[in-house]
Design a binder for this molecule. Structure first.
Ligand SMILES: Nc1ncnc2c1ncn2[C@@H]1O[C@H](COP(=O)(O)OP(=O)(O)O)[C@@H](O)[C@H]1O
Ligand SMILES: [Mg+2]
Length: 399
């Protein structure tokens, strides 16, 4: 179906991953019609979105045809043809966030712009790997920072892919094997903890910020997110203020997620994602308005909703694919042991290191809620003790 619904706005989402899927879940009760531009990859949205247009998000012709059939264009991911989008924007198409904000998905652009706006960022150096002195520049930077650095591909990385922890001695081999986008080098920091702040912003600048979240990464990939974060009120307020500044500097419309490092008690902006984000999934059940509903309201220029938590604590744990078959065969056993868990499975095939779902648990005491959420996620992933294939842990699911 690509016609127009009888009433109400049509939101077009470029890309068909789990973020598009969860936007669709939020659109239905609002009476917002969602249309998704989907490539041919195995992704999360096609299973649940009836109005699916097939086409590559990086194909200008597909993008143009898609944009002409919707009221506002938004994104599941940033791997979109920015030139084609800029042309559409210039013709008056509502592209939200706009191309200037999407340009901030480039980590080098972020760092340079944030540093010049006076936002706190780690020390950094942007290095073009094609420059003849690229190796010397990286070695010089590493030597100034204890003989090691973190190199990040400025574009195309996610879930720790595109982030390399390197020693001076590794740099020559690393550069020999790297032919990607410019690199951002930064010191390897001793992190006290990591935070995320989500902000929603309307076209006129009105914004709403959710409570600061604490995030836990494993192997560079987000594993767990919870609130309340274990920070002082003062640090939480400063984190929210930094995130609001980031939203202004980037001119964001819709939801954006700001990842922060805490080092020796001080905040540094790690990166920003100009869209709904994994760190905000717990807002679906844990806050008065979810990031997905709020994103739709923001890009439609509708009033924003309250962001307060609805429980003393909320924990989200990602379900990552493993060798143990499909998590859809294990929902019932996970719910038997953790009946209060909110399960979200994305309908994607399970592959090692692939996010295939998440679990959120609300409750009163953060350590206990973390334990319960992790148990549910492990049961789904098939990695909890006693959940090898063929072992039935279901208990009395029916009774
Ligand atoms: N300079 C650093 N020092 C220490 N750890 C880092 C540094 N940069 C990144 N990391 C770790 O790697 C994770 C992923 O890095 P990030 O730049 O956020 O990449 P991605 O785009 O994959 O999320 C971070 O959340 C953090 O845990
Ligand atoms: Mg990150």
């Amino acid at each position: 179906m690509t016609g127009r619904p009888a009433a109400g706005p049509v939101v077009g989402v470029v890309g068909a991953g789990q973020l598009a899927r969860m936007l669709a879940e939020a659109a239905t009760p609002l009476g917002v019609h969602l249309r998704v531009l989907a490539g041919d990859a195995d992704e999360g949205a096609p299973e649940v979105v009836p109005d699916l247009v097939r086409g590559a998000p990086d194909d200008p012709a597909a993008l143009r045809a898609f944009a002409s059939s919707v009221d506002v264009v938004t994104f599941d991911h940033e791997n979109v043809d920015h030139g084609a989008l800029a042309a559409l924007e210039a013709e008056g198409v509502a592209v939200r966030p706009g191309v200037a904000t999407l340009a901030f998905s480039d980590k080098a652009h972020q760092r340079v712009a944030f540093a010049s706006a006076g936002l706190p960022v780690p020390d950094f150096l942007v290095v073009d790997p094609a420059e003849p002195d690229a190796l010397d520049q990286l070695i010089g930077f590493a030597e100034r920072h204890g003989g090691r650095l973190v190199a990040k591909a400025s574009r195309g990385g996610y879930d720790g892919r595109g982030v390399w922890m390197l020693e001076s001695d590794d740099l020559e081999d690393f550069l020999d094997g790297y032919d990607g986008a410019p690199l951002v080098a930064e010191p390897r920091l001793d992190l006290d903890l990591e935070l995320a702040v989500l902000v929603a912003r309307r076209p006129g600048g009105a914004s709403a910020t959710w409570p600061v979240l604490e995030t836990v990464q494993v192997g560079g990939m987000c594993d767990e997110v919870f609130l309340p974060a274990s920070v002082t009120e003062d640090l939480a307020a400063r984190a929210a203020e930094v995130a609001r500044r980031v939203a202004e500097v980037t001119g964001a419309v819709g939801v954006l997620a700001v990842e922060l490092f805490v080092v020796d008690g001080a905040l540094l902006v790690n990166e920003l994602a100009p869209r709904v984000h994994n760190s905000g999934h717990l807002t679906i059940e844990g806050c008065a308005t979810s990031q997905f509903e709020q994103h739709l309201r923001a890009i439609l220029d509708w009033p924003l909703g309250p962001t307060d938590p609805v429980a003393p604590c909320a924990v989200m744990v990602n379900v990552v694919g493993g060798p143990e078959g499909d998590p859809r065969d294990r929902q019932a056993s996970a719910l038997a042991q953790v009946p209060e868990a909110h399960l979200h499975l994305y309908g994607k095939r399970s592959r090692p290191a692939r996010k295939i779902g998440h679990v959120t648990v609300l409750g009163d005491e953060v350590d206990e809620v973390r334990r319960r959420a992790n148990l549910a996620a492990d049961l789904l992933a098939g990695t909890a003790p006693g959940t090898a294939p063929g072992v039935d842990v279901a208990g009395s699911v029916d009774g």
